[in-house]
Design a protein around this ligand. Structure first.
Ligand SMILES: Cc1cc2nc3c(=O)[nH]c(=O)nc-3n(C[C@H](O)[C@H](O)[C@H](O)COP(=O)(O)OP(=O)(O)OC[C@H]3O[C@@H](n4cnc5c(N)ncnc54)[C@H](O)[C@@H]3O)c2cc1C
Length: 507
């Protein structure tokens, strides 16, 4: 953690619980779940509730991952997904995707009614364009064809928003909530019913069954009958070609205090640049959360300016105050835009995965956790096939994205090796970058005390060259989205090993 953080997620400002212990001795359990984000915690909670013995391993702490840095709209309005799915797969799959996500909303509503503390609020969800958009016409048509409970809202949006909208759609009675409170609520209840959580315990490897063994960063092991990988990017991605099936997109959020009431609802534009916004109330304050400015992860160094753009939008459009909170995060987009949830590898029936939520993990993640809980307890679930990871032998309609994803990775790999580097002398206080030092290319961050933190710039996942991220003060990999702090420690996978590191105060 930096002493002067530039970024700070609104959702993570209050520590609700005491930290859970690290894994200090090897254990054996029925089911091990890896990753305490929304997918992992829902899955662990559901399995424990159904009488299974579950151990949950978290590399850092609950809420550290994308779920702690989301916008937390719980909506089935996922951009223009339904027209896309009808074009690619037909109406049946589009309908399945809709109900798969819709059931997560009902699940959340039931948990709210049962007393889960998560600032749950029902809101209408809007999609709009400030230009005439055939995309939205197609999406409206898709709503009609598959029975989505939504419709045209162009007139309504022109009364709700302070700028003209050419076309808009609404889906009523969606929801928004506090994602980190939700995670803690699930964790508390999971532990109360006998579940065990280990934080600061990174899974490094999973041996092949019959009872797989997970090796962890604490040197201890967990043996389980079944293992669920809910680590966001699957850290064991090299088998099964997972590594070539995702793009990783990073986007940015600012939360600005508002004097006036923000527009009532949750909003997303399909324009370029896209904007996403919702409100949040806490301690008598009203915030407007504005998201956008996305790009492929690790491919931008000047990330601070992305926040400036969003803040300017909030101020100019809604008369918001300066941003009180700024944060960013990344999510995984699969080749065919359906998540991967189910058995992870053809020949290993004991390893399961939940990933690829397309920036819509609040509903997809809950649905994934519930689906895996069904699969691991032998319960019939009609969604098992359409998002099974084993569907993912590359199909003709995926080939273009498959090739593009992999060409992009190779391009980034080569670019990183040949890119010009600066000199260490040119680095100002609180600045980082790739430099030539004593005949070697290294990554250097010069901190506010003028100490230089030097890392090897070669990502420990597959060897791409990491880039400096000036808002987070991190080293980000442009190939698969692994991220490291200025001391080289892993913040986000798929990498599991740190960058080699040394501190110098003579430069
Ligand atoms: C900016 C932004 C805004 C978004 N807004 C929305 C929204 O409004 N609505 C919506 O539905 N979706 C939204 N999303 C998407 C959603 O937030 C994600 O899809 C979802 O949070 C992913 O959840 P997860 O459980 O898969 O991963 P995470 O929340 O990242 O959890 C994975 C956990 O696994 C841990 N981990 C990783 N590797 C290991 C390991 N080797 N061993 C042990 N633990 C490990 C991590 O530390 C982490 O805690 C947004 C995404 C972004 C980037």
């Amino acid at each position: 953690m930096h002493r002067y953080p530039f970024t700070n997620s609104l959702w993570r400002q209050h520590d609700r619980t005491k930290p859970y212990e690290q894994l200090k001795q090897s254990v054996s359990t029925e089911i091990a779940v890896i990753g305490a984000g929304i997918a992992g915690l829902v899955c662990a909670f559901e399995l424990q509730r159904r009488g299974k013995q579950v151990v949950l391993l978290e590399a850092l702490e609950i809420g550290h991952g994308t779920t702690g840095h989301t916008t937390a709209k719980c909506s089935v309005q996922h951009g223009t997904i339904y027209s896309h799915l009808i074009r690619t797969f037909g109406e049946e799959v589009a309908k399945l995707y809709y109900t798969f996500n819709q059931e997560s909303l009902t699940y959340l509503q039931d948990q709210h009614d049962a007393g889960f503390d998560m600032d749950f609020e029902i809101k209408d969800s809007y999609l709009y364009s400030t230009q005439k958009s055939t995309e939205l016409e197609d999406e409206l048509d898709a709503y009609r064809r598959i029975g989505v409970d939504g419709g045209d809202a162009t007139t309504e949006l022109n009364t709700l928003l302070p700028f003209p909208v050419k076309q808009g759609l609404v889906i009523r009675n969606q929801a928004q909530f506090h994602p980190v409170n939700y995670l803690h609520e699930l964790a508390d209840r999971f532990v109360q019913s006998g579940g065990v959580i280990y934080e600061q315990t990174r899974a490094l490897e999973i041996s092949k069954g019959p009872r797989p063994i997970i090796t962890t960063s604490t040197g201890r092991r967990v043996q389980a009958n079944q293992v669920v990988v809910a680590s966001h990017y699957p850290f064991n991605d090299l088998k099964g070609l997972y590594v070539s099936k995702f793009t990783v997109e990073r986007s940015y959020i600012v939360a600005c205090e508002m004097e006036e009431a923000p527009p009532e609802g949750m909003f997303l534009s399909v324009d370029e640049p896209s904007r996403s916004f919702r409100d949040y109330h806490e301690d008598g304050k009203t915030y407007l959360l504005v998201g956008g400015e996305g790009h492929l992860s690790g491919q931008v160094t000047d990330t601070r300016s992305r926040y400036d753009v969003l803040e300017a939008f909030a101020q100019q459009t809604f008369h918001a105050s300066r941003a009180s909170f700024r944060w960013s995060s990344q999510d995984l987009i699969t080749l065919d835009r359906l998540p991967y949830v189910g058995q992870m590898f053809q020949r290993e029936p004991d390893i399961w995965v939940a990933t690829g939520f397309l920036k819509w993990g609040m509903t997809n993640g809950i649905a994934a956790g519930r689906l895996l809980a069904d699969l691991l307890t032998g319960t019939e679930n009609r969604y098992a096939r359409f998002i099974s990871p084993l569907r993912s032998a590359v199909k003709p309609h995926d080939v273009r994205s498959f090739v593009k994803t992999n060409v992009d990775t190779v391009t980034q790999f080569v670019k990183g090796k040949t890119e010009e580097t600066g000199t260490v002398d040119a680095l100002q206080l609180d600045e980082g970058g790739l430099v030539q030092l004593e005949g070697k290319k290294v990554g250097v961050y010069r901190d506010l005390e003028n100490q230089c933190h030097i890392v090897s710039p070669t990502c420990t996942h597959l060897g791409c060259t990491v880039k400096w991220n000036n808002a987070e003060r991190t080293w980000d990999c442009p190939c698969h989205g692994s991220r490291f702090d200025s001391l080289g420690n892993v913040l986000e996978g798929p990498a599991t090993k740190p960058l080699s590191y040394e501190a110098r105060d003579d430069l």
